[in-house]
Design a protein around this ligand. Structure first.
Ligand code: MEV
Length: 438
């Protein structure tokens, strides 16, 4: 039976663990052992991780893999990927190599604007509010100066603040809709600090605005928060080659492949059931690099899917065409990323990943991440429209099944050899293990 606890966060780490294992586990000793098995022996490093969040009990490992041979705008990259799904890094590496031999990926950052909003309620005369906004706007920017001055020195800062009337959706609902340039920072703290200052100034100055009635002076701020929807923080990545160059084996007819590939993308453009899986495949690549570089994958995910529905129905983030014998495949999507601040200067593996990527600017990281998404999507569609996905997937999954059955190194060697030319399925692997062990 579960029970509640008061003051849990104030307990020491070992007391927290004692309470958890005693409350929830039949074999408390074994649970203790598993939790502690993942502690780092380097106490300083462990403390760093403990302090990332509250109530840390242990570390949750994900593999950090690398996909080499990514030629992006004529520069070679090895891309770090933190992900648990067995086939993702292999697929990225395969796509990278394929396109390296065909001119590589071309990318372009289209825009870098971030958004934040102060949501507020006002039930008075709209013209008076507009007049007040025009009057107070310079003061909003001026009062945020202590927050913005460093960012401005580097060429960023507040781009604009607009008053938006949302009363047709909710009576009395207005916004200060602000746009920002945050350079190499993802900018969440910067934007939220600016917004909270805007809200403070906006409320207090209203009290002195003579054209307001007493009631109108009482502006009610509901909340001030950045938006993770950044349709104007856009990047494009593209690959292109002659259709006849698309084949790398005799088994694939390049024209048939190109046509099936474009069909597959068109299906994902119009069919939400397929589009979600198609985009999930893209996010396999994107999230893995976003995570390895210490960025917020939940923000990236939320934004990507909102963007995929921007026309009123959910569709593919990537597109493809054949024109005059030329195959072109591209992705255009919003990616709000940072290469300074947050985890980027703290987590040793994030620092390592950024160094591996030649210390990219936020714009370069947007390009690299978009490429990882496009490559992943290419690999998935290539399998789906030719051999099917299971062949590659199951090959990678074989090791997971063998580990589930605690296969020894010798057993693994025999079985990997066996399945090099036998169809892999869960039951076939289980049977092969049983046979071997008899
Ligand atoms: C699996 O993680 C991702 C795929 O399903 C993506 C796709 O279907 O395009 C293979």
């Amino acid at each position: 039976m579960s029970k509640s606890i008061a003051g849990f966060s104030k307990l020491s780490k070992s007391k927290k663990i004692d309470w958890i294992v005693d409350t929830y586990f039949l074999n408390a000793e074994n649970a203790q052992k598993i939790i502690k098995q993942y502690w780092n022996t380097n106490e300083k490093l462990q403390q760093l991780h403990d302090e990332f969040i509250e109530n840390t009990i242990t570390n949750y490992y994900l593999p950090l893999g690398v996909a080499p041979n990514f030629l992006i705008n004529n520069k070679l990259y090895t891309i770090p990927m933190a992900i648990e799904e067995s086939s993702v890094v292999a697929a990225a590496s395969k796509a990278a190599k394929f396109w390296m031999d065909r001119g590589g990926f071309k990318t372009q950052v289209i825009s870098t604007t971030k958004i934040g909003q102060v949501h507020f309620m006002y039930h008075g005369n709209v013209e008076s509010l507009k007049a007040y906004f025009n009057h107070v706007k310079p003061k909003l920017i001026e009062d945020a100066q202590p927050i913005t001055k460093n960012m401005e020195k580097r060429g960023g800062g507040i781009l604009n603040i607009e008053l938006r009337d949302k009363t047709s959706e909710i009576p009395g609902y207005f916004q200060l809709h602000a746009s920002f340039e945050t350079l190499d920072a993802m900018g969440a703290n910067f934007i939220n600090s600016c917004l909270e200052q805007f809200a403070k100034t906006f409320k207090s100055e209203a009290l002195n605005f003579d054209a307001f009635t007493t009631e109108e002076k009482m502006i009610q701020v509901t909340m001030s928060i950045l938006s993770n929807y950044v349709p104007e923080c856009l990047v494009r990545a593209e690959v292109s080659c002659k259709v006849e160059d698309l084949s790398d084996s005799d088994a694939i007819d390049p024209e048939e492949f190109a046509e099936k590939f474009v069909q597959a993308v068109k299906i994902a453009e119009v069919e939400p059931y397929r589009a979600v899986t198609h985009n999930k495949g893209i996010m396999n690549g994107i999230d893995a690099v976003v995570l390895a570089t210490g960025n917020d994958f939940r923000a990236i995910e939320a934004c990507a899917h909102a963007y995929a529905s921007r026309n009123g129905s959910y569709g593919s983030l990537s597109h493809a065409k054949i024109e005059n014998g030329q195959f072109t495949f591209w992705i255009e999507m919003p990616l709000a990323l940072g290469t300074v601040g947050g985890l980027t200067g703290l987590h040793p593996l994030v620092k390592l990943s950024l160094e591996l990527l030649h210390h990219p600017s936020a714009k370069e990281l947007m390009e690299i991440v978009a490429v990882a998404g496009l490559a992943q999507n290419f690999a998935a569609l290539r399998s789906l429209t030719t051999t099917g996905i299971q062949q590659g997937h199951m090959k990678m999954h074989l090791m997971n099944i063998l580990n589930q059955f605690e296969a020894t190194l010798e057993e693994k060697e025999v079985l990997v050899k066996h399945f090099a030319n036998h169809t892999i399925s869960h039951s076939a692997v289980v049977k092969a293990i049983e046979n071997l062990r008899q």
